[in-house]
Ligand binder design. Structure first.
Ligand code: NDP
Ligand code: MG
Length: 381
């Protein structure tokens, strides 16, 4: 039987690539649900092409437009964020790909886990904000969480067939577009410079997070929860070619790496088809085309976000939630050209120092922390 997939965030970078993967393997997958936030036109054309059972547009103002466009189709149309969280529970959904951006992923992921739907997890912010809650629930409801993020997919792939403890993992980072800039140059970079990532073509928010290294900080936290690691077991190394997607070191000293050209379709396909590897026509990597694979230490003086994330992870509780909320506001302000590149780190640091600490947050505590952090961050603008 075909695996019926709900794609949350189908109009984004991951969502559209997931649809390409599904198109290439139509005998294996069926699109059951598509959701978007504002991009009604793309959602409509995706719905006409893939004929899902249900589509949801997050922005309720766009409901009529989507509904009218699909009225001659056998497709149910809903609107609003509650609907996104509800549709994942449908009996006809076999797997949920969380490919929306930011905090918006938290509630639908919780609902999907409680409905015992296997998760292909791209939305890393959910694990940053509430990793303990999500992983605890996944265990309780016996739900697999399969990473889509390329680094975590790499580690996951290295662990297949292993029943041995991890000594440590080594997350690779491209270093982003500003790896070689001086602090003075960093003060001058523009939105357009920051959106010009050297190796990956991604949504705007994660592209900015990659330029500040907050993305790598988030990935450290994501790895802690996915692989049940202590903070000191997670290393980060800058590898500008983005060929080694990450590595695992075992207790005998052996290191396994997963490699390939930078292309998110591979980890997306791996997560959707797990435990199978499907034949693909993705371009193949050649060692001779890359005679120099290089590695360097991340510079946390110029890119302090990585340290902020580590500190938030070590402190735990609601600190990573504060980190995420303040970062979302800072990135949005930078993308709207309201603050400079370096100001993003200042804002996050200010929020981390000012919001009340909760050691063992409940879901409601996360909601309140997210809200109050956003308010405080806005007040800094
Ligand atoms: P995009 O910005 O390209 O797409 C985001 C998707 O989420 C769109 O479909 C968007 O809808 C939808 N969306 C935006 N805001 C909301 C909201 N408030 N509620 C519900 N849906 C919303 O992001 P990416 O595809 O780049 O990233 C998605 C997630 O995957 C992120 O968490 C990112 O960190 C992670 N990821 C991405 C990688 C990549 O290569 N892109 C790599 C690894 C991880 P609309 O288009 O209508 O606005
Ligand atoms: Mg990544």
């Amino acid at each position: 039987m075909k695996r019926r997939i709900a794609i949350l965030g189908s109009t984004g970078s991951i969502g559209t690539q997931a649809l390409d993967v599904i198109s290439a393997h139509q005998h294996l997958f069926q699109v059951e649900v598509l959701t978007a936030h504002n991009n009604s036109q793309l959602l409509i054309s995706q719905a006409l092409k893939y004929k899902p059972n249900v589509v949801v547009i997050g922005n309720k103002d766009l409901y009529t437009e989507v509904m009218v466009a699909l009225e001659n189709e056998d497709i149910k149309v809903f609107a609003g964020h509650d609907a996104i969280a509800q549709v994942v529970e449908m009996e006809t959904v076999d797997m949920v790909l969380t490919a929306m951006v930011g905090y918006s992923g938290l509630l639908p992921t919780i609902r999907a886990v409680k409905a015992q739907k296997p998760i292909a997890l791209a939305n890393k912010e959910t694990l940053v904000v509430a990793g303990e809650l999500i992983m605890g629930m996944a265990k309780e409801y016996n739900v697999p969480i399969i990473p889509v993020d390329s680094e975590h997919s790499a580690i996951f792939q290295c662990l297949v067939g292993e029943n041995n403890p991890i000594e440590k993992i080594i997350l690779t980072a491209s270093g982003g577009p500003f790896r070689n800039l001086s602090p003075k140059q960093l003060a001058q970079v523009t939105r357009a410079d920051a959106l010009n990532h050297p190796n990956w073509c991604m949504g705007n928010k994660i592209t900015i997070d990659s330029a500040t290294l907050m993305n790598k900080g988030f990935e450290v936290i994501e790895a802690k929860w996915l692989f049940n690691l202590r903070p000191e077991q997670i290393d980060v190394v800058v590898h500008p070619q983005s060929i080694i997607h990450s590595m695992v070191q075992f207790e005998d000293g052996s290191i396994k790496a997963q490699m390939g050209l930078p292309d998110m379709k591979l980890p997306i396909q791996y997560a959707l088809a797990f435990p199978k590897r499907l034949k693909s026509d993705f371009p193949r990597f050649s060692f001779l085309s890359y005679p120099n694979l290089t590695f360097e230490e991340p510079d946390t003086d110029r890119f302090p976000a990585l340290d902020f994330a580590r500190e938030a992870m070590v402190k735990g509780g609601n600190m990573p939630c504060i980190l995420n909320a303040s970062n979302e506001i800072a990135v949005e302000a930078f993308l709207n050209e309201k603050i400079s590149f370096l100001k993003m780190a200042d804002m996050v640091e200010a929020c981390l120092g000012k919001q009340p600490f909760i050691a063992h947050p409940t879901y409601d505590d996360y909601l309140l922390t997210d809200k109050s952090t956003r308010e405080f961050a806005y007040s800094l603008l």
